[in-house]
Design a protein around this ligand. Structure first.
Ligand code: FAD
Length: 295
């Protein structure tokens, strides 16, 4: 089923992101992760795609197939385009159709020092326009409440986002964000600019001190003072940090839903206990906020 139809039916979605394990032995354990995640009955699970043609790309399709066939949950396949030509993209699209996968998170991807970019698809909107002419997928797109790092400013970034929805992105999934005020402002900016696709916030529960440092380096996301205080106080105690990180994420989610966010996309980091804990805290929240079916 297309995610756009699921969204229309339910009004608010709850979804998870997972990544394909790099090592073969970890791939064997993916069922343990998936069985817990799928028991939580998310509306969809998105599976990331290795940047620049890494060997993990086929695993993305393999895991998406498993999610759909073995667990009956709708998968979304992330697909990057910067390092591919039309033939390669056609081959991916065919493989997805063959597996009955209907949803693509269309991405540009980032430059990779080991793999030259092919100058065929410059932006995610190029990928959407190209595939839309030939196939009947539902396209999702990425968005950045704190601005994509390559954009000159927030206004230009939102104007570019409008090109993505004009090309056919029907649902937007956001980069992780720890400050709800930033998300709400961004969401309002999207509406003013005429971006009418639902903008679903990405939530990453912080459960390890090393994870925080990596995120600062990679994405430059802002950490609100309350978050810094909580993490700073517990970072030397892994169990306490886990509790604190989960509670922060849950309070963020409750506030986002109360403020009208059209759903939550949870970065699970392949840790089902993270998703489980968040879902336990949301039992009544979604229905109270107007979701049309229990999650
Ligand atoms: P685009 O939408 O192409 O935007 C890139 C830049 O170009 C932005 O600055 C934008 O403002 C500008 N731009 C866009 N369209 C135009 C236009 N028509 N004209 C002029 N400028 C334009 N990466 C992976 O490798 N694998 C993954 O699985 C993955 N999953 C992700 C999931 C989410 C939810 C998010 C938020 C990101 C993910 N990424 C992933 C990272 C992503 O590939 C990078 O952030 C990348 O730098 C941008 O991808 P994009 O699709 O947003 O790019």
């Amino acid at each position: 089923m297309k995610i756009s139809d699921i969204y229309k039916e339910k009004n608010k979605t709850l979804s998870f992101e997972i990544f394909p394990p790099k090592k073969d032995e970890e791939l064997k354990n993916i069922d343990e992760t998936l069985s817990v995640l799928c028991e939580l009955k998310p509306d969809f699970i998105s599976v990331t795609f290795g940047a620049g043609g890494s060997a993990n790309c086929n695993r993305t399709i393999e895991i998406a197939r498993k999610i759909r066939q073995d667990y009956g949950i709708e998968p979304v396949v992330h697909l990057t385009c910067l390092h591919y030509d039309k033939n390669e993209i056609d081959a991916f699209a065919k493989a997805l159709e063959y597996e009955g996968i209907e949803n693509i998170l269309a991405l540009r991807g980032d430059a990779n020092a080991n793999v030259p970019a092919k100058d065929v698809f410059r932006y995610s909107s190029d990928l959407i326009s190209y595939l839309k002419e030939k196939h009947d997928f539902c396209f999702l797109g990425a968005c950045y409440p704190e601005c994509h790092p390559e954009s000159e400013d927030r206004i230009q970034d939102i104007k570019n986002l409008k090109k993505k929805t004009d090309a056919g992105a029907e649902i937007l999934l956001s980069q992780m964000c720890f400050d709800n005020d930033i998300f709400f402002k961004f969401s309002e900016g999207c509406r003013i600019a005429g971006v009418d696709a639902p903008v679903i916030p990405g939530i990453m529960p912080v459960i390890k001190a090393s994870q925080i440092r990596r995120m600062v380096d990679m994405c430059g996301v802002a950490f609100p003072e309350r978050f810094r205080r909580i993490i700073g106080r517990y970072e030397d105690n892994p169990e306490a940090l886990f509790d604190a990180g989960m509670s922060y994420a849950l309070s963020q989610v409750i506030d986002l839903i109360a403020g009208g966010a059209p759903g939550i996309h949870l970065y699970t980091m392949n840790k089902p206990q993270v998703a489980k804990r968040i879902c336990e805290g949301l039992k009544n929240i979604y229905e109270a906020a107007g979701r049309r079916e229990a999650c």
